[in-house]
Design a protein around this ligand. Structure first.
Ligand SMILES: C[S@@+](CC[C@H](N)C(=O)[O-])C[C@H]1O[C@@H](n2cnc3c(N)ncnc32)[C@H](O)[C@@H]1O
Length: 272
């Protein structure tokens, strides 16, 4: 079969199963190791039988709604290729914004804690771009921790991954406490796209009834883990900034800076 025919098939499937065509293109592009514009130029290319079988197998998963990153077992974050499994959240572009904001403020050799590291996204991106930082990363899911460790090993970065409930259980005081915690409310969970709800781990999504449980915990306990000059850098859901700022103020944090993501949505809080 030619690439042209395969793309036409992918378009048909996307329409039939009401899935984004871009998911099929993403999988095709990965297997063919070609960008989407390259694929358009190489439409007459013949697809070997073996690869056609693999693609049909992957398309069947996409038809059911599985996100392409889980189909491939890979995602890209801050220019890094990361292994992802059903135990971890698929890294989001919004989180790259958090990494960008933190990196712009690092001088090197800072002591950093990443809470809820998942596949290791934030910790690994920070360490790759600021190798002299010392990074601890906590995670409650053992399966997620194994993914994070594999990613760090593959990318040859040294991070101290800890199987802990939020805090590392050490006396270390950090310059930075960074987190993209679960922040979906119980009500929002009901309305989530089934491609998220059915495939991504609920423990990475649900932040309690109002979605703010992790912010409450972090902000009420951070003083014993942060240097007096330190900063808490948090990603949060669209529409949560005011509530989290209020929580911070209640806990005695009055130096709160707000930042927006590339879509212009209030998305990050830096708290000192
Ligand atoms: C929204 S995901 C973020 C994952 C990753 N940091 C990212 O940005 O892609 C939140 C992560 O927090 C982890 N988590 C949930 N409760 C936790 C807890 N009490 N202590 C540590 N990690 C927790 C989840 O397993 C999940 O991996």
């Amino acid at each position: 079969m030619t690439l042209d025919k395969l793309m036409a098939l992918a378009k048909e499937l996307a329409n039939e199963f009401s899935m984004p065509f871009s998911d099929y293109q993403f999988v095709l592009s990965h297997h063919l190791q070609q960008s989407i514009p390259q694929m358009l130029l190489n439409r007459r290319q013949l697809i070997p039988d073996g690869l056609e079988q693999v693609l049909n197998h992957d398309f069947a998963k996409l038809n059911q709604g599985m996100p392409p990153q889980y189909v491939l077992g890979k995602a890209w974050f801050y220019g890094l290729e990361l292994l992802v499994t059903s135990a971890v959240l698929i890294p989001r572009p919004e989180t790259e914004g958090l990494v960008e904001l933190v990196l712009a403020r690092l001088h090197g050799q800072e002591q950093i804690l990443d809470i809820g590291t998942g596949s290791g996204t934030i910790a690994i991106a920070l360490k790759t771009n600021c190798p002299s930082a010392n990074i601890d990363a906590t995670e409650l899911s053992l399966d997620a921790l194994a993914v994070a460790q594999t990613n760090a090993d593959r990318l040859k970065v040294q991070i101290n991954f800890l199987h802990k409930d939020i805090w590392p259980g050490t006396a270390i005081l950090y310059d930075w406490i960074v987190s993209n915690p679960p922040y979906i409310s119980a009500e929002e969970m009901q309305r989530l796209d089934s491609r998220v709800k059915d495939y991504e781990p609920v423990t990475a999504l649900l932040g309690g009834i109002d979605g703010l449980d992790y912010y409450r915990k972090i902000l009420s306990q951070a003083k014993s883990h942060l240097k007096p000059s330190g900063t808490i850098a948090l990603e949060h859901g669209a529409g949560q900034q005011e509530a989290i700022t209020h929580l911070a103020n209640l806990q005695g944090w009055h130096n709160v800076q707000c930042f927006s993501d590339l879509a212009g949505l209030a998305r990050y809080l830096f708290i000192k």
